[in-house]
Design a protein around this ligand. Sequence first.
Ligand code: 1CP
Length: 341
Amino acid sequence: MQLQNDLLLRAARGEKTERTPVWLMRQAGRILPEYRAVRESVSGFIELAQTPELAAEVTIQPVDILGVDAAIIFSDILVIPEAMGLPYEMVEKRGPWFPQTVRSESDLKKLRVADGDNDLKYVIDAIQITKKHLNGRVPLIGFAGAPWTIFAYMVEGSGSKTFSKSREMLYREPVFSHKLLQLITDSTINYLKAQIRAGADLVQIFDSWAGILGPKQYEEFSLRYITQICDAITEAPKTVFAKGAFFARESMSKLSCETIGLDWNMGIEESRRLIGPTKTLQGNLDPAALYGNPDQIRQATIEMMEQFKGSRHIANLGHGVYPDIDPEMVKIFIQTVKDFQ
Ligand code: 1CP
């Protein structure tokens, strides 16, 4: 189906656009009262994500209510470990928790390479329903976690400030670590290809825990696998967002992806210099800027837009929108991007 608004895809490919497209990481499941209403009708996050009609409904809410130029499918990066045989729970107000972890060869033997169409059928169904309901209004973004970030949760068993058990594994068991990372990578490639077949117009890889590795380990245990994914996915444009990986920007310019996401600690002009002119950059307003008053938000957004001006850009925050941000302030950010000349 022909898209009515394909700004995101054209900006990703480096084509001319009338204005800069804008969307927000974590736009679907956090800030909207309309989301919370749907969320309260089910037992929790997992039931919502596994009910395709409802997942499609909350995916489209930000398009209707906020006016963003893309939808992102409502799911989580942790559906991959589950599809590989490691189930998770979402503990209210605390986040993900895995009853079992993966720390030995015998744990590894219990895992399988996920098949996107079968093991993650509920996401694939949700994408198809979302595409139907969107009816070509805006592109739909599919996503997955980067292998290193997924590895960190599978070894640790939950979120963590330091992910010291996962990082311990890289030092003590590098061979085991590479085996697990390869298994996650193969699953992720299957999953992203299935998302694109189902209708995802662009895919984003979230390396949320990139910044806790040093530069050398980041090359060996993360970028190597992101490279495999980018090389394998040729069916749609790819965005790589590696939070905190300021040290890897030059290396990332060699990835076969169209767009690189910047967090708000990364200088815009410096990033453009390090990455070069051949990638689109996405980001990177400080999510906390949306706690400001409307004038402050407009000014911060214009300052950001001026620094990107003239080069390939998709406007976004530098990380996911915080759950207690007022949706009216998000609308001011979006409108300011749309009005920017
Ligand atoms: O918010 C959206 O737009 C909906 C889709 C979405 C996405 C893109 C969800 C739903 N999760 C994600 C990605 C995600 N999940 C990332 C990568 C992006 C980022 O860095 O923010 C990460 C690291 C996760 C893992 C995760 N899931 C956490 C973080 C825990 C930690 O270690 O700090 C948490 C709290 C979740 C739960 C979750 N995921 C999504 C929702 C709506 C929720 C809340 C669950 C609920 O409603 O109870």
